[in-house]
Ligand binder design. Structure first.
Ligand code: ZN
Length: 194
């Protein structure tokens, strides 16, 4: 009888705990999109010479194509001039351990120059970087390089990190070898439209 009562308590507890955790997941899901970003994800991108000199043109191309297929409202088109405000893609090195990529958004300042923007700002463009030395050290395979580039591009079009215990997503931190997932497609469509 005691076991039975304990079991009932566990079952009752389950009814409270499960909806609570679902609620938390929904909160997290809402948080994976930045409130700001470029006004549109149909924009030009420019590759620094570093992208070709390190041999990562095809990786950035593939990462870009995969995002372009997620929505008619995402179209990252490569241009050969950095003039204007294309997003700018780089390959570099960093002394920060385990940093494989980074992105920095910029906005127009009141004095007319560009300053680093917050996630809630309207951005003019982003710099997107992946780090050769750390990818080499971690022995990245081609799919991991593409996933890494795609993760940073995901930020540049308005997506925040997916929690590590959340959905399968290119926007999780860490080494992965996936493209935008079903979850990522839903998120970018919620941010940008279908
Ligand atoms: Zn990130």
């Amino acid at each position: 009888m005691r076991i039975s009562k304990t079991f009932k308590k566990i079952v009752l507890l389950g009814f409270f705990v499960v909806p609570l955790s679902l609620g938390l997941l929904q909160t997290d899901a809402d948080a994976v999109r930045y409130s700001g970003g470029r006004s549109t994800a149909i924009n030009d991108v420019w590759y620094s010479d570093s992208v070709s000199s390190y041999g990562y043109v095809s990786a950035f191309d593939e990462a870009r194509f995969r995002w372009n297929e997620t929505s008619s409202k995402v179209n990252l088109k490569r241009v050969l001039s950095s003039s204007g405000t294309p997003d700018k893609y780089y390959v570099g090195v960093t002394s920060i351990p385990y940093r494989f990529g980074y992105y920095t958004p910029y906005k127009l300042s009141s004095s007319g120059g560009y300053v680093e923007a917050n996630h809630s700002d309207t951005w003019a463009f982003s710099n997107v970087s992946i780090y050769y030395n750390n990818m080499e050290r971690a022995d990245f395979k081609t799919d991991e390089v593409i996933s890494n580039a795609g993760h940073e591009i995901g930020h540049s079009i308005g997506l925040d990190h997916t929690p590590s215990d959340g959905a399968n997503s290119i926007m999780r931190s860490g080494i992965q070898n996936i493209g935008p997932t079903t979850y990522d497609i839903t998120e970018i469509r919620l941010k940008r439209g279908n």
